[in-house]
Every structure is written in structure tokens, then in C-alpha cells.
Design a protein around this ligand. Structure first.
Ligand code: UT7
Length: 332
């Protein structure tokens, strides 16, 4: 009997209405549209506005789209993993809140904290639940309200990040389609280059940590950039080699959307032409755990059953990795 693989059988996504354009950012910090576009590739990003709205509110919209598209009752879902670095609260998990908001009362859920690689880590984890034969419907969400932790007076970070969420449904497949291989890596010594200083058990929130702006993203851009270029390109290439995949075999690269120059370096290393690379950084910026599923969401209609897709990421931790997926359906 063919072994069970975890197929992605539906995709959902959500981005907030409000567009924070480069022009608007020019009025907020000392920057300009030309610099942002040429150094990062971002033209605008979406921001979740409104009191009482958080990552779960975006994640649940992506999940509801999946349930509606597939006409699945929420009670059928076994498990929800939500990748996020901007959980609604430190606890309970955002996944629990999403389950409640969507009526997925039979699902267990938890959050995955792996920054920009969160979705990829969660996808690999969710796939193993399906491969085990124990669970039939697992939803993996990537949701981040980055505007909650961005310092809008820091021109080196506020220009990159945006808010958004995406989700995929994983189901058993017996034709060899779905998540076929993954290489996941992490290196905690990279923490010093990209982190949030306070709010955890090391430096609980105080009036001082707030005054010192320690609840925002701290990023040493150039250092992270160097590691990201090497990390994402190397791991993607390693995954190709390990599976004897050539550039011709690959239909799409789905790269984390942190910086267009990092994406280009990865595609070059894999010898892939630009037409095979999903890029939507210009309209959403870096939505952290949201980037990969939002690419799948934007490109879903162009994907064909049997397409070889490589998803790749690099982010805080450091965390990085690449996953090979054989696409399981043609969109109607
Ligand atoms: O997704 C999680 C992982 N994160 C990443 O992968 C991000 C990796 N890093 C990057 O994408 C880039 O390092 C940044 C986009 C953050 C910065 O780009 P860069 O090309 O590395 O710029 P830089 O920090 O080397 O700065 C170059 C110059 C500096 O001016 P001087 O010293 O040459 O006069 C900066 O002060 O650009 C200046 N600068 C800006 N100028 C206009 C920095 N930010 C801005 C800005 N607008 N927003």
C-alpha cells in the first residue's frame, strides 16, 4: 500500500484593507519610496486597524475561507497549528482562539513560534500528524499582526513589515502528492541580531522597558541579511540535491518575502528563472508567518496537480528551512 502523504487540499488568506504606502511612510520617517523599493522591493503593506483586532482575527478569516471553499463543517477539523510571533496574548495560544472563533470545537490547537520560518515548521509538523494516519484534517495557519511590534519611528524596520494571514488544509493522500521532504534548521546564537528585548520571562514588562521601546522588533539588518541570503539559498539547494530535482523539475519557488534581494539570491542559486518565483512582497511587505501561505493564496489558480513546489524561509532565531511539496489539485 502506498504510504500516506499530507496533501495541501485548500488554501485561504486574509489581508486587512488599509494600505500603508511608501508615500505615507515618507511622512512618518526619514525615508523615500525609491530607497524602499530598490533596497527591499516593498511598495505598500497592509495594516490591521481597529480596536480589539489581533492576529487571530486575520487567521480565522483565512480558516473560514478554507471551510467555505471545501464545504467542510468546522467540527471535522482535528488540529490547528498557528505560526505567529504576534499572538493575541502570551497565553492562551492564538490557535485556541481561532478554533473558538471558527467553531472548530473538536480540534486541539497550539502555536508555533519560529518567526519567519513558523509556517514552514508548522507545515512540517502538521504533515507528520497526517502521515501517522492518526489525523485526517489538520489546518496550518500563519498569522502575524506585525504592526503591533513595529516601531514606526525606526526607519530600518517599519518599512519592511506588514500584517496578514494565510492557511492551508492538510489531508491524507495515497498518490504520492503533498509534503514530500523538508530540511529545517535553527541556530539560537543568531538571536542577538533579531529579537524583541522585553516582554518575556527574561525582561518582564515594566514602565522602564516600555519607555526604552523594548517591546518592538530589534533587528541588525545587515547581519540578518547576510545570514538570510546564505541560509535560504543553501538549504533550498540542499533540498534539490537530496531529491535529485533540477531547475526544470521545479514549477515554483515560494520564498519567504523579507527582501527582494534575498529572494533573487535564492532563485539564482537554484538556477530558477524569475517566472517561476512567487513574489508579492511589493503589496504586502514581510508578514512574517503569513508570507508563504499568502503566496500560495495569490497563486492558487495557477497551480496544477503534480507541480513540484519548493517553499523556503529564513527568520529570527535564526530559523530557516525548505520544503518540497507536490501540488495535489487543479483549482477550478
Ligand atoms: O524576515 C526576517 C528576516 N529579516 C530579514 O531577512 C531582513 C534582512 N535585512 C534587510 O532586508 C536589509 O538589511 C534592510 C532592508 C533592513 C536594510 O537594507 P540595507 O541595504 O542592509 O541597508 P543598511 O542598513 O546597510 O543601510 C544603508 C544606508 C544607511 O545609510 P548610510 O550609513 O549608508 O549613510 C542607512 O542609514 O541606508 C540608510 N537607511 C535608509 N535610508 C532611507 C536605512 N534605512 C533607510 C530607510 N530609508 N528606510
Amino acid at each position: 500500500m502506498q504510504k500516506i502523504t499530507a496533501a495541501i487540499t485548500a488554501v485561504g488568506g486574509y489581508v486587512p484593507e488599509y494600505r500603508l504606502t511608501n508615500k505615507i511612510l515618507e511622512t512618518m520617517v526619514d525615508t523615500n519610496d525609491e530607497w524602499i523599493r530598490t533596497r527591499t522591493g516593498v511598495e505598500e503593506r497592509r495594516i490591521l486597524k481597529g480596536e480589539g483586532l489581533a492576529s487571530s482575527d486575520m487567521g480565522v478569516e483565512a480558516v473560514k475561507e478554507i471551510l467555505k471553499k471545501r464545504n467542510i463543517d468546522p467540527t471535522e477539523i482535528d488540529c490547528v497549528i498557528c505560526a505567529t510571533v504576534t499572538p493575541d496574548m502570551v497565553f492562551p495560544a492564538t490557535a485556541n482562539l481561532i478554533c473558538d472563533k471558527a467553531g472548530m470545537v473538536n480540534a486541539f490547537g497550539y502555536d508555533m513560534s519560529a518567526a519567519c520560518s513558523g509556517f514552514l515548521y508548522a507545515l512540517t509538523t502538521g504533515a507528520t500528524y497526517i502521515e501517522s494516519g492518526r489525523y485526517k484534517k489538520v489546518i496550518v495557519v500563519g498569522a502575524d499582526k506585525m504592526s503591533a511590534i513595529v516601531d514606526y519611528t525606526d526607519r530600518t524596520t517599519c518599512i519592511i513589515f506588514g500584517d496578514g494571514a494565510g492557511a492551508v488544509l492538510l489531508e491524507p493522500n495515497h498518490q504520492g502528492l503533498g509534503v514530500l521532504d523538508s530540511i529545517m534548521k535553527s541556530d539560537g546564537s543568531g538571536a542577538r541580531h533579531l529579537h524583541m528585548k522585553a516582554g518575556g520571562s527574561l525582561r518582564p514588562a515594566t514602565a522602564e522597558t516600555v519607555a526604552n521601546k523594548e517591546h518592538y522588533i530589534y533587528q541588525e539588518g545587515q547581519a540578518v541579511f547576510k545570514f538570510a541570503v546564505k541560509g535560504m539559498a543553501d538549504v533550498s539547494y540542499e533540498l534539490m540535491q537530496r531529491n535529485n530535482l533540477t531547475a526544470d523539475d521545479i514549477a515554483w519557488l515560494v520564498p519567504h518575502q523579507a527582501n527582494l534581494r534575498i529572494i533573487d539570491a535564492t532563485a539564482n542559486r537554484m538556477d530558477l528563472p524569475k517566472e517561476k518565483v512567487m513574489i508579492n512582497i511589493q503589496k504586502y511587505g514581510n508578514t512574517t508567518a503569513g508570507t508563504l501561505p499568502l503566496c500560495l493564496w495569490d497563486w492558487e489558480k495557477q497551480l496544477k496537480k503534480g507541480d513540484n513546489i519548493i517553499l523556503a524561509s529564513f527568520g529570527g532565531g535564526f530559523t530557516w528551512g525548505a520544503t518540497w511539496v507536490k501540488w495535489a489539485y487543479d483549482s477550478k
